[in-house]
Every structure is written in C-alpha cells, then in structure tokens.
Design a binder for this molecule. Structure first.
Ligand SMILES: C[S@@+](CC[C@H](N)C(=O)[O-])C[C@H]1O[C@@H](n2cnc3c(N)ncnc32)[C@H](O)[C@@H]1O
Length: 230
C-alpha cells in the first residue's frame, strides 16, 4: 500500500483523533441524521471509506446497514475494532477497495478524500465506480471552497472542493449528483456533502434520496442547496 503523508500523519495522531472525534456524538446531530437517512436509501453492502476511529460504521450498523469500515491507518483499525467490536473493519484505501466489481450498494467517504491530492482524485472515483453496482450511491463529505485550494488542516494538508467541480468530475466516472447540502457555522470552514448515484438511470434513486432530509432541523435545512440532475 502507498504510504502517503496523510497516512503517516494520522498514524502518529490516531489516538488523539479518536479521543477528540471518535464517538458519533461528536458529529453534529443534523449530519448524523443526514448520513443515517442516506444509508437508509442504500440497497446492498456499504463501505465506510476512510472510517478513521470507526464511529460512523458502528452508528450505521446499529441502524441496520450492512457495513464495513476501511482505513489505511492500522492504528485506526485497531482502535475501531477495540471500541466497536460488533462492527467490521479492515485496513485499505480508497484507491483499491479490494471488493468485486459492482458488489457494493453504497460508499460513504466522510471527509476521507480531503487529503487526496486533487490531481489524483479520479483514481478514487474510478475505483468507487468499479465497486458500486448500477444505482449504487456515494456520499461524500468535504470542505466547501475553491476546488484544489490547499489549507492547513489540524492533522495534515487538506484541499477544498466545490460541489460543482466534484459533480463534473464524478460525471466523468458515470455518477449523477442527486443531492448537495452545505452547512456554514461562524468561525468554521464551510462544510458540504453530495450524494451521487452511479449511472445516469438515477430517477428512482434520486426520488428516494429526496426524502432523506425531511427530519432535519429548519436551521440546517436553510443551508441546504439541492441540485437535481438527470
Ligand atoms: C478527517 S479524517 C475522517 C475520518 C472519519 N471518516 C470521520 O469522519 O471521523 C480522514 C480519514 O481519511 C483517511 N484517509 C487518508 N487517506 C486515505 C485514503 N487514500 N483512502 C482512504 N482513507 C484515507 C485517514 O486515515 C482518516 O481516517
């Protein structure tokens, strides 16, 4: 496996990161509801790519998802296995999921591609497209900004993306973006998430995803921007 700067940096600070952010209660309630609702639309197995401490994997498993967490940092996988023994985790990376073609119903990549050099993001998207079945769904969480602009993340350099650029890049790999949400809080970097469905036959999937945010609070919904395509 390629050892990137991000893997080296997280390997040194995995325990610290897990203490600070490794429980699902650390995520804002509306993010929890959004991700949980998305998982409820997925048919088939999900991989939580870049699962870190494993809290999202375990959270979604407890809500009925068939899910496995995957991360290139062995210390995260050991921590996840010890804190969430009922969930499944393994070492791996976005660029090589080691699953059969078309075998996944969903991929969650929650802030896990933020450290990938923008010039090589297509490698991950091509792998996601290979691993997802037609109609399979990808949920990406990221920091919203000028695409490719680096910033000093607390652990290691990360990169902003605009939802529009990501949608264009994903389209090249056969994905249609069916939902975009943004969240801004004073003093924090803007957050965004997109749901993209593999293949252009997205009508029925898009309809089911459209129901996923009804239970979000009004404040969060105010920050939502929905992009419908296809
Ligand atoms: C900001 S953390 C997010 C962790 C987790 N998804 C969460 O929400 O707490 C970024 C994660 O991406 C992982 N990561 C870095 N490079 C990766 C790669 N090439 N493939 C998959 N995950 C990667 C890191 O090890 C780390 O766990």
């Amino acid at each position: 496996m390629v050892t990137s700067d991000a893997v080296r940096a997280y390997s040194q600070r995995a325990a610290e990161y897990a203490d600070a952010l490794g429980r699902i209660e650390h995520a804002v309630p509306d993010d929890r509801e959004f991700v949980r609702s998305w998982a409820g639309t997925v048919v088939g197995p999900i991989i939580d790519v870049g699962c870190g401490p494993g809290q999202w994997t375990d959270f979604l498993r407890t809500h009925g998802a068939e899910i496995e967490g995957l991360d290139p940092v062995a210390a995260f996988i050991e921590s996840a296995q010890s804190h969430y023994p009922s969930s499944r985790y393994r070492v791996g990376r976005a660029q090589g999921l080691e699953v059969k073609d078309g075998s996944l119903g969903g991929i969650l990549a929650w802030y896990s591609l933020i450290h990938v050099d923008p010039s090589s993001i297509d490698e991950s998207f091509a792998e996601f497209a290979r691993a997802l079945k037609p109609g399979g769904s990808l949920l990406l969480g990221f920091f919203d900004g000028e695409s490719g602009e680096p910033f000093e993340h607390a652990v290691v350099t990360a990169y902003f993306w605009s939802p529009q650029t990501l949608a264009e890049r994903l389209k090249l790999h056969g994905f249609n973006v069916v939902k975009t949400v943004r969240r801004e809080a004073q003093g924090a970097r803007p957050h965004a998430a997109i749901v993209a469905v593999k293949t252009r036959e997205t009508y029925s999937s898009a309809r089911s995803v459209s129901t996923c945010c009804e239970s979000l609070t009004p404040a969060y919904r105010q920050g939502l921007v929905t992009v419908w395509e296809g």
